[in-house]
Design a binder for this molecule. Structure first.
Ligand SMILES: [Zn+2]
Length: 330
């Protein structure tokens, strides 16, 4: 158990968490970020992309609704500088479970969330590298052990496969763009696994009909680039194509302007001053990063609204502490 998990469980067990929630320990806007909702222990895709199960999502939303002001994207501008503890729910990438499992819960509870979709995933049913990597490890025929680029990988049981996928994921993250093209082919040789086909990826993403249903149901649809690129690696004109192109693609489908955007990868290094120019050009009002934290009542950067990830391995106590005392946990 991590130190923060331990502290969270003590706060909840001793009742200090309830006390902190009744005293206004923070003011402003806390934006939570989800990727996937569903039965993550049995998935062959990237487990770390799951934020919670459908039941867990319902419990979290009920808790938020009882203790905070849950706001949709349309209310974000009006809560800047305002007293109160506001929470916004967001989802990245466009996974199908967002429509099938999260949307019904949001509708049931009368809440609005913002869904940032990568249009290339929707249009081409592309399997992203992190999901393909996990899928390959779960379909490895190499036996209990394999060596790849200096990594000794144990592939015996589900736990070892999860650890192997995490190590490979971290390695992929570190290598240069030019080395990435051959990475998955080499891995497929090393662990004796097939590569994914578009058929394998066909059920991963929402369809445009599903995205339009979210929009009609009171959800906000935002941009997340055409090809899920780390924008700062590209020129200003290339960034504009990725940002404006994805927003125009969404606008053509939903028939309404796109005003929100989230940065793929979302670290402080994932976007730069050229990105900000491109966002203005594309008519984006707020852009969201993904490296923790929250907005106080004042001093917001509208092209760097902080978001905090919700992750499936967090306990209920951690989730409650994170939203109750974001200064310590978010
Ligand atoms: Zn993403």
């Amino acid at each position: 158990m991590s130190k923060r998990e331990l502290l969270a469980s003590i706060l909840e067990r001793t009742g200090a968490g309830t006390l902190l929630r009744s005293a206004p320990t923070w003011q402003g806007l806390l934006v939570l970020n989800y990727h996937r909702v569903g039965p993550w222990p049995t998935t062959v895709w990237d487990k770390d992309l799951f934020s919670t199960t459908q039941e867990g999502f319902r419990d979290q939303l009920k808790f938020l609704k009882a203790n905070f002001d849950v706001v949709g994207f349309d209310e974000v501008a009006s809560v800047a500088n305002k007293r109160g503890r506001h929470v916004q729910i967001t989802f990245d990438d466009g996974y199908r479970d967002n429509h099938d499992l999260a949307f019904p819960v949001l509708t049931d509870l009368g809440l609005s969330a913002t869904f940032f979709v990568c249009t290339g995933f929707i249009d081409k049913a592309r399997v992203p590298w992190w999901d393909e990597l996990a899928w390959m490890v779960n379909h490895a025929q190499a036996g209990n052990r394999a060596t790849f680029r200096g990594l000794e990988l144990s592939l015996g049981d589900a736990q070892q496969k999860l650890a192997a996928a995490r190590r490979l994921n971290a390695l992929y993250d570190r290598i240069a763009e030019s080395e990435r093209a051959s990475f998955l082919d080499e891995l497929s040789q090393a662990i004796s696994s097939k590569r994914c086909t578009p058929v394998d990826g066909a059920s991963l993403w929402m369809s445009w009909d599903m995205i339009c249903a979210l929009h009609r149901g009171g959800m906000t649809i935002g941009g997340h680039t055409l090809n899920h690129v780390e924008l700062s690696r590209f020129s200003e004109s290339e960034q504009l194509v990725e940002i404006k192109g994805s927003c125009q693609r969404i606008e053509a489908e939903i028939g309404a302007p796109v005003r929100a955007f989230s940065y793929p990868y979302g670290t402080p290094h994932s976007f730069n001053s050229s990105t900000r120019i491109a966002l203005t050009d594309a008519g984006i009002e707020y852009a969201y990063s993904y490296s923790g934290g929250y907005q106080g009542r004042t001093g917001w950067d509208r092209y760097d609204l902080k978001r905090t990830p919700v992750e499936a391995h967090h306990s209920d106590a951690f989730f409650r502490s994170m939203v109750s005392v974001p200064r310590l946990f978010a």
